[in-house]
Write a protein that binds this ligand. Structure first.
Ligand code: MG
Length: 204
């Protein structure tokens, strides 16, 4: 099976680490639980979108960004899946972050992923062509996607690509629409995902 895997907040502990940086740099006391959304976080902080993006971009220049911790359990679970399936990363980061992204993946997940695709949604260069995750999934023949954003999993489920949605503070209140209950599966951790994966996709 070909499986598309999101990077930030699925493989990398991105938003919690960004908030640590934010707290240190701007004297705030934010935790992930304070947020309805990791993208659009500036609304909850009470700053403009421009300032919010600038702070996110400042984070991408730090050592902490380069050295983000993996999400707990991700390494073991990805290695397990990679030994049986073809994995690829689809990230909303822009290709400006190619070097740092490949370096981080190579360090924590050497050889696990066949390729990395950048949709060019998050970055400083607004002129790079943006693509949707669904478009890339269809192009590469992904049969399953793992992400933490409801809009992404809904878009893919609507095109018959099943999805695991990682529960995160910003999607906790979201309910899987009835018509996608056989396509979108919520998981709270990587060990939880592996159990569900075997149950749903292992041939009998
Ligand atoms: Mg994500």
């Amino acid at each position: 099976m070909r499986i598309a895997v999101d990077l930030d907040d699925v493989l990398a502990n991105h938003f919690p680490e960004f908030l640590q940086f934010h707290n240190r740099t701007w004297g705030t006391n934010l935790t992930p639980e304070d947020f309805q959304a990791s993208v659009g976080y500036w609304k909850d902080v009470g700053i403009t979108k421009e300032e919010g993006m600038a702070r996110l971009m400042a984070f991408t220049k730090t050592e902490q960004f380069r050295n983000q911790s993996p999400v707990p359990g991700a390494i073991e679970a990805v290695n397990y899946l990679a030994s049986r399936h073809q994995l690829l990363v689809i990230t909303a980061r822009s290709e400006e972050y190619t070097a740092v992204t490949l370096e981080w993946l190579g360090h924590h997940f050497p050889k696990a992923f066949e390729r990395v695709y950048f949709t060019n949604h998050i970055g400083t260069n607004q002129h790079l062509p943006k693509r949707s995750k669904l478009e890339i999934c269809q192009e590469v023949g992904a049969q399953l996607i793992i992400d933490d954003w409801p809009n992404i999993v809904v878009e893919c489920a609507g095109a018959d690509i099943p999805a695991f949605l990682f529960t995160r503070p910003w999607n906790e209140g979201w309910v899987v629409p009835e018509k996608f209950s056989g396509h979108i599966f919520r998981v709270k951790s990587w060990p939880n995902l592996l159990k569900e994966f075997d149950f749903l996709f292992m041939p009998l």
